[in-house]
Design a protein around this ligand. Structure first.
Ligand SMILES: NC(=O)c1ccc[n+]([C@@H]2O[C@H](COP(=O)([O-])OP(=O)(O)OC[C@H]3O[C@@H](n4cnc5c(N)ncnc54)[C@H](OP(=O)(O)O)[C@@H]3O)[C@@H](O)[C@H]2O)c1
Length: 311
């Protein structure tokens, strides 16, 4: 058995699931063997560092700092941390809001417990450098955990910048993002010639195209994968308004439509962490519970797709 366990930990994520099946257990089933109270973690392939599987997309709550103050942001971040999460995805836009984020990130109880990402969305080498310097200053961090190129903007120029910041120790990891199908071909072309640590893309039970090529490519290349748009920026909930959650979702411990989408996403073995955007601590806690308990197996995933497609 020990040999088999060693094998499990040395295999790729896809092989991991296959090996579990061969042993008579399914990593995606609601087996009590896999029931958990702690948020599960998955490994960043390039280093083996573990990341909790549910994170915060902070755009909305950070954009509200100038109108609502820093307390709502602090409450969501502490809920994430208290739920076992750490990943905070950010995107610099407004210096006043970003300074508020930096102040909250520097609180003694949060300073060392979050994995903070940022993005570069500028055109031109110097503009990218200026944006990163400003982010370091406002976030009060010399080193950012992950620096990403936003939606492949000025890709080749900014990729050179990111590589340099990683070499200099200002970025622990570097990556690129997309959130729309129209950028998939360009992303694939980029991945044909460069190997980032992370790739971020849109994927959910209602936006499944990443399953076809990008997720298998990320798996083959050994990239960490962040997922955005788990709720289509809120359109998912509008589409499901008044639709009852089917009883059979209890088979994999699903409490809500939010968890329905997150359990679908997280039962894909290539996903490292899903980013859920919210300014509501109760929603953060509900999202953070999604990976606990059972997860949908292959048959349940098929049923989830069929159910959503007919709504
Ligand atoms: N190109 C890029 O790099 C890119 C593009 C898009 C997004 N992203 C990243 O992905 C993150 C996620 O953003 P998204 O656009 O994909 O948003 P999303 O997470 O798909 O949806 C956010 C919406 O869902 C609601 N919500 C969240 N949890 C809920 C729950 N448990 N129950 C009910 N409603 C809930 C939120 O409202 P409440 O505030 O009321 O909870 C908000 O209106 C972004 O913050 C960003 O980090 C990156």
């Amino acid at each position: 058995m020990q040999k088999e366990v060693d094998k499990i930990f040395s295999t790729t994520r896809r092989d991991f699931i296959a090996t579990l099946s061969a042993l008579g257990v399914s990593g995606l089933s609601s087996s009590p063997l896999f029931a958990q109270n702690q948020m599960p973690q998955r490994l960043i392939p390039s280093t083996g560092e573990a990341l909790p599987v549910v994170g915060l997309g902070s755009s909305k709550v950070v954009s509200e700092v100038s109108s609502n103050g820093m307390d709502p942001l602090a409450a969501v971040l502490r809920t994430l941390r208290d739920s076992g999460g750490s990943v905070v995805d950010t995107w610099p836009r407004n210096p006043e809001n970003d300074a508020g984020l930096g102040q909250v990130l520097s609180a003694p109880d949060l300073r060392n417990s979050l994995f903070v990402t940022t993005k570069i969305d500028k055109v031109g080498k110097e503009a990218g450098i200026q944006q990163f310097r400003e982010t370091q200053r406002l976030y009060r961090r010399e080193t950012i955990d992950l620096v990403q190129i936003f939606s492949l903007t000025d890709l080749d120029t900014q990729w050179e910048n990111l590589q340099q910041w990683k070499e200099e120790g200002h970025a622990r990891y570097i990556g690129v993002t997309v959130s729309e199908y129209r950028l998939y071909d360009q992303l694939e072309e980029f991945l044909g010639r460069e190997t980032p640590d992370f790739v971020q893309m849109n994927y959910s039970v209602t936006e499944r195209r990443a399953e076809e090529r990008l997720l298998p490519l990320a798996e083959d290349m050994g990239l960490a994968v962040l997922l955005n748009r788990p709720f289509m920026n809120g359109a998912y909930f509008q589409r499901l308004q008044g639709v009852p959650l089917p009883d059979w979702t209890a088979e994999f411990d699903c409490e809500s439509w939010a968890q329905f989408s997150l359990k679908y996403i997280l039962s894909h073995p290539t996903v490292t962490c899903v980013l859920t955007e919210t300014s509501n601590p109760h929603h953060m806690a509900e999202n953070a519970r999604a990976p606990l308990g059972g997860m949908p197996d292959t048959a349940a995933r098929e049923r989830m797709r069929a159910y959503i497609d007919q709504i």
